[in-house]
Design a protein around this ligand. Structure first.
Ligand code: WTA
Length: 677
């Protein structure tokens, strides 16, 4: 690692506020010479190489980064577009690429996961140990007659065994279907019944992120009984809890492993073999079940984890804070870091459990060098104050990442200044469950970064912004599309291939592969803008745009302006119907600490928004909220706020983190009903 000198004393209070104000005027940040000099990629030639021949370029990456059991003959087959096939004819195994090859190369003793439990327990699992465990469980699954193509459900907390379960499935070619442990038994049932899972891997008991205890196995038993295709349930003891076992179906992990015999060579699978199924996080509409491939997915995930996070397996400790139940966890808590052979930190608890400084305590304790987190969490930290992180030694950090939603420029600067000590580049990574891997993000040793922008597309990726007619626009807001296939893209929606074609390729009829252009126009569903430097500003989901008169305001942009007020912690913004304007802005606002809402504060917030975005964006209604309606992965569910404001049924709330907030929000909304300005 480069010596960066003695870190300056952390900025706090008014001094920090002044520094953030000053930085808000800085348009872009270049990588420091220190960072650039040690970065894996430090010059921009890679973009040109990929641009000249993206298929050939991806082919070279796949060959270099992965171990293949049989080589492919065609990098990309577009003959049945939009069912793209990558690395046709190739055979490989994901678990081999994550484990065996590192052990064979003599790195079996390297730590794969430093695990830190909710109750402060610590455990380190090496690559060698992980391989042993994966073989054992894979053999157990095989002994139960499970093989290529059989779907296996996984419902587990953040413990190294969740990675073991995923890789055991991958080893035998059984696509896994993770269901986030915070989801209800009904959701688990819905998902496993749709995917016709034959097996489930789970735990006896667990402590939820919020700190409450659950007897998981006992609680889900009634719904498991209603899954006719489910013939095997493997239970890992985690937090002791009564776990009724049905002898014809249920096995304790160690008994299953003993019955399997322990050895399990990796199955050579077709590059297109489905690696997993995963539900999209569902902040809008009916959930979709995304199907990811093996060869293409691993190529995209390996490349992006290596170069976007600049991973150095010998020295880095990588911490992707996402739960394995989400795509970020799949790609960057499990497959990405393991393929790279790096050590990761895995933490079972929430950012405020057992105390609000726990993340910084963990960074100090495990010498975390790369931290990857969601803007919603960063905003929480901001509202808890810079004193908490200031109490810990964060000098091991050298790179910071964010993902999941647009990050407000102020939160970006706070992250950079308070957590990164002003020396760590920030990679704002844009991607989706569907894209499998990061597609738009800085390369930290090359790219200038602008607070709030995801930056330029990664090599080989071709996004554009279209207006309503499907014409590309510059420096104007429009619909984000992707004009080329990429290896880690979803292959279809499980059992809904027509919906796949319609949702992603049917929007710009005459511009998509169906019509006069040969290039696809994969419809992302996000609103975005490209600036004159080619940086992409992602403004949020298309459904979250508010139309005031002739102005189209993405919710996230208005939220950033509201959050710029120093007393505001978070904001969720929706449009309310209005006779004169079509729609007007309504903001649900949570305040910092014990600040209380007042007419004066409302006025101040309006002034801040007016100054930044103009009159149309000024919220007509401000609703003081205790908490916003968020999905379990931390996204604000504006659909739910909208339905409530419109007096409609909340709709599908299965992905809502805390259903109690609906009542609170309804009360706050009703209470302020006559205070519209
Ligand atoms: C949003 C999470 C702005 C976007 C990986 C996308 C972002 C949706 C960013 C996918 C970012 C994700 N900046 N917006 N860096 N990253 N999004 O499927 O709207 O849970 O379409 O995947 O999150 O969410 P998903």
């Amino acid at each position: 690692m480069t010596k960066l000198g003695t870190p300056a004393a952390p900025l706090l209070g008014a001094e920090l506020e002044r520094e953030l104000e000053r930085l808000l005027a800085v348009p872009a940040f270049e990588p420091s010479p220190e960072f650039r000099s040690q970065a894996l990629i430090s010059d921009a030639s890679v973009y040109g190489e990929a641009e000249r021949d993206y298929e050939g370029w991806w082919g070279r990456q796949a060959a270099e980064l992965l171990d293949w059991m049989a080589p492919w003959h065609t990098a990309l087959d577009q003959s049945d577009a939009p069912s793209y096939r990558w690395f046709v004819g190739g055979r490989l195994n994901a678990s081999y690429n994550c484990l065996d090859r590192h052990v064979l190369a003599g790195h079996g003793d390297r730590v794969a996961y430093h695990w830190h439990g909710q109750a402060g327990e610590e455990r380190a699992v090496t690559y060698g140990e992980l391989l042993g465990e994966v073989q054992g469980l894979a053999a157990a699954l095989r002994a139960r007659g499970i093989g290529p193509g059989d779907v296996v459900g996984i419902y587990m907390p953040m413990v190294p065994e969740v990675a073991v379960a995923m890789l055991a499935c991958a080893r035998i070619g059984a696509p896994h279907n993770l269901v986030f442990l915070g989801s209800s038994p009904q959701t688990l049932h819905q998902q496993l019944s749709f995917s016709e899972a034959v097996a489930l891997i789970t735990v006896d008991g667990a402590i939820q992120r919020e700190g409450t205890f659950r007897a998981v196995k006992q609680e889900i038993d009634p719904v498991l009984a209603e899954l006719p295709s489910l013939h095997t349930v493997i239970v890992r003891p985690h937090r002791p809890a009564p776990a009724p076992m049905r002898t014809d179906r249920d096995l304790w992990w160690k008994d299953a492993v003993a019955a399997g015999g322990g050895e399990c060579p990796p199955e050579p699978l077709d590059a297109e073999h489905p690696l997993y199924l995963l539900y999209t996080s569902g902040s809008t509409g009916k959930p979709k079940v995304v199907v990811h491939s093996t060869g293409g997915y691993l190529t995209g995930v390996h490349w992006t984890s290596k170069y976007v996070f600049d991973l150095k397996p010998q020295s880095d400790v990588f911490w992707c804070t996402a739960d394995a139940g989400w795509v970020t966890g799949h790609s960057y808590s499990v497959y990405g870091p393991l393929m790279n052979g790096v050590s990761s930190l895995m933490y079972e608890g929430a950012p405020d459990q057992p105390h609000r400084g726990i993340w910084w305590e963990l960074v100090e304790r495990y010498r975390v060098s790369i931290l990857y987190a969601a803007p919603t969490t960063i905003r929480s930290f901001m509202s808890w104050g810079a004193e908490l992180p200031a109490a810990y030694d964060l000098s091991s950090l050298r790179l910071l990442g964010t993902v999941g939603e647009p990050i407000n420029p102020k939160a970006w600067l706070w992250y950079r200044t308070v957590i990164g000590g002003g020396r760590c580049p920030i990679v704002d990574t844009w991607w989706q469950t569907e894209t499998g891997a990061i597609l738009v993000a800085p390369l930290p040793g090359v790219s200038a970064t602008k607070p709030g922008a995801a930056g330029r597309p990664l090599p080989g990726i071709l996004p554009e912004v279209f207006d309503d007619d499907g014409d590309p626009v510059l420096e104007e807001q429009g619909a984000l599309v992707l004009r080329r296939p990429w290896p880690s893209m979803l292959r279809t929606l499980y059992k809904e291939d027509d919906r796949y074609r319609q949702t992603y390729f049917g929007r710009f009829d005459d511009r998509s592969y169906f019509g006069r252009f040969s290039e696809p126009a994969y419809y992302v569903g996000d609103v975005a803008r490209v600036d004159a430097d080619g940086h992409f500003w992602i403004e949020g989901r298309v459904d979250d745009v508010i139309t005031v008169g002739s102005e189209r305001l993405p919710s996230a942009r208005v939220e950033s302006a509201v959050v710029a007020h120093p007393k505001v912690a978070e904001a969720g913004v929706i449009g309310l119907p209005d006779r004169q304007w079509g729609q007007v802005v309504c903001a649900f606002v949570t305040l910092i600490g014990d600040t209380r809402g007042s007419t004066r504060l409302e006025q101040e917030i309006r002034d801040v928004v007016r100054e930044r975005l103009g009159e149309a964006a000024v919220p007509r209604r401000i609703v003081w909220a205790v908490d916003l309606a968020k999905t379990r992965s931390g996204k604000i569910m504006r659909r739910l706020l909208r339905n409530m404001a419109y007096g409609l049924d909340p709709g599908d709330v299965t992905t809502l983190r805390d259903p109690r907030v609906i009542d609170d929000l309804e009360r706050s909304f009703a209470a302020g009903a006559d205070s519209v300005s």
